[in-house]
Design a protein around this ligand. Structure first.
Ligand SMILES: Nc1ncnc2c1ncn2[C@@H]1O[C@H](COP(=O)(O)OP(=O)(O)O)[C@@H](O)[C@H]1O
Ligand SMILES: [Mg+2]
Length: 385
C-alpha cells in the first residue's frame, strides 16, 4: 500500500529524504514537509510544504491528519505533541525514543543503564554541583546544554577554576550536564538502522574531522584497525537494540588512545556523516531510513569504494547571496542544498570524492586539497565585511 510521508524539517536532510522517497513510488505516493522557510530545500525537491514552526502544534496536527507516517530531520521536536498525534499517523522513530535521545542527560543515563560505554557525566543544577563535578572529573571538562544543541553551540569547555562562573552564566538557566573531557585520538561514527520489525544493520565505521565544532570531512573507511571498526559497529548495534525506535540513527563516538570506544551522542535521524552513502554504498542512508520506517527489508550497507565527503560551508566573512558552486571533476559528486543565502559556517552543500581503481584514502586526501579551493563560497555582490 502506498503511503503519504510527512517530514518535520525540510532542510538538506529532509531534501535528501524527499529525493529518495520520490524513487520509491510503489511505497510512497506523496511527501509533505513542515518547515518555516518558504520553498525550503525539501520543497524544492518536490515535497508539498506546510509553512510553520517545527513546534507549532496545529501544524503538526495538520501534518498528522494528512500523513500515514511521520518522520523528522531534527531532534528538537516536541515529543509530547508528537505523542498526542500518534493515533493519526505512525511516528518513526517513536516519540518515546525521541524523548530519551533529545535530552543528552537522559540519553547518557539510558546508555549507562544499558552498560554501553560513554564518558563519565553528571547532572548539573547549581554552581555547587559544577564545583563538585570539576573536583571529580578534573580540568578540562565539558559543560553541555542538555537540549537543542548542535554544531558545538551547546558546549562550554571549562579549562580552569576561573571559568566556572562564566560557563554557568553562559547557559542562562538552561538544563545542564557535565562531562569528563576525553582526549580522543579519533572521532568516528556509525550510521545504524533498525526497521519496524527489529532488523538492524550498520554502515561501516567512518572517521569524522571537525573544524570549529562543525563536521568538515568524513573519511570512509575510518583509518583505524579492523578490530576497532568491528568493535564500534557492534557497540552501535547494541545501542540500536536497546533504543528500539525505527529509522536511521547517527551514532557519534570517540576512539581513545587505548582504542576504547565511547559513545559521544546519538542523533535519531539521518546524519551528516552518512552523506557519503549517496555514492559509496549500494543503499544510501536516506533510502535505508525509508526502508526502516516502512518496515521493508533493510538494504545492503556494503562499502563499494573508499570515499571522502566534504562539507561546503558559508564563508565567515559575509552573509548574503553567493556565486554558484560548480565542480566538474571525475569521481566528484556535488550536492548543493538550494539555500539562497549564505551565512557564516552554514551548511550549503557537500561533495563526495569517490576512489576508483583501487585509489587509496591518501590519494583522495591529496586530490581533496585542490578541490577545497574550488568550493570556497564567495559573495555575488561586494557586500562582504
Ligand atoms: N566529553 C568530550 N570530550 C572531548 N571532546 C568532546 C566531548 N564532548 C564533545 N566533544 C567535542 O565537541 C564536539 C561537539 O559535541 P557534541 O556533544 O557532539 O555536540 P553537538 O550536539 O553540538 O554535536 C564533539 O564532536 C567533540 O569534538
Ligand atoms: Mg555531535
Amino acid at each position: 500500500m502506498q503511503k503519504v510521508l510527512g517530514i518535520i524539517g525540510g532542510g538538506q536532510l529532509g531534501m535528501m529524504i524527499t529525493e529518495s522517497a520520490k524513487n520509491m513510488p510503489e511505497h510512497i505516493s506523496k511527501i509533505i514537509v513542515l518547515d518555516p522557510t518558504p520553498n525550503c530545500p525539501a520543497a524544492q525537491a518536490g515535497a508539498e510544504q506546510i509553512i510553520a514552526d517545527f513546534k507549532d502544534k496545529n501544524a503538526i496536527m495538520e501534518l498528522a491528519e494528512k500523513s500515514d507516517i511521520i518522520t523528522y530531520e531534527i531532534e528538537s521536536g516536541d515529543s509530547d505533541v508528537l505523542k498526542s498525534v500518534e493515533n493519526k499517523a505512525e511516528i518513526d522513530p517513536s516519540p518515546e525514543t525521541l524523548q530519551i535521545i533529545q535530552d543528552k542527560f537522559l540519553q547518557k543515563s539510558f546508555l549507562k543503564e544499558n552498560k554501553i560505554p560513554i564518558p563519565e557525566f553528571m547532572e548539573i543544577s547549581s554552581i555547587s554541583d559544577l564545583q563538585e563535578g570539576l573536583k571529580k572529573f578534573g580540568y578540562p571538562a565539558i559543560l553541555k546544554a542538555r537540549r537543542d544543541a548542535y554544531d558545538g553551540r551547546g558546549n562550554f569547555k571549562i579549562e580552569c577554576f576561573e571559568q566556572i562562573q562564566q560557563s554557568f552564566d553562559y547557559f542562562k538557566g538552561q538544563k545542564l550536564m557535565l562531562e569528563k573531557y576525553i582526549p580522543f585520538k579519533m572521532e568516528v561514527s556509525v550510521i545504524a538502522s533498525r526497521n519496524t520489525k527489529g532488523q538492524i544493520k550498520t554502515f561501516p565505521l567512518v572517521e569524522n574531522i571537525h573544524e570549529e565544532n562543525i563536521l568538515r570531512q568524513t573519511i570512509v573507511p575510518a583509518r583505524i584497525s579492523e578490530k576497532v571498526s568491528k568493535k564500534a559497529e557492534s557497540i552501535a548495534s547494541i545501542a540500536m537494540k536497546v533504543l528500539k525506535g525505527a529509522g536511521v540513527f547517527g551514532i557519534e563516538m570517540f576512539v581513545t588512545n587505548e582504542n576504547e570506544i565511547l559513545i559521544n551522542e546519538i542523533a535519531p535521524r539521518v546524519h551528516n556523516s552518512g552523506h557519503h552513502t549517496l555514492q559509496s554504498s549500494e543503499t544510501s542512508q536516506f533510502e535505508q531510513h525509508l526502508r526502516a520506517i516502512l518496515g521493508l527489508e533493510l538494504g545492503s550497507t556494503k562499502l563499494l569504494h573508499p570515499t571522502i565527503m566534504y562539507n561546503i560551508l558559508g564563508s565567515k566573512s559575509f552573509e548574503g547571496k553567493y556565486k554558484p558552486i560548480v565542480l566538474s571533476e571525475p569521481n566528484v559528486y556535488l550536492k548543493m542544498y538550494g539555500k539562497e543565502i549564505s551565512k557564516p559556517l552554514r551548511k550549503l552543500g557537500h561533495f563526495n570524492l569517490v576512489a576508483e581503481n583501487g585509489e587509496t584514502i591518501e590519494l583522495l586526501l591529496y586530490k581533496l586539497e585542490s578541490l577545497k579551493e574550488k568550493v570556497i563560497v564567495k559573495p555575488i555582490s561586494s557586500t562582504n565585511f
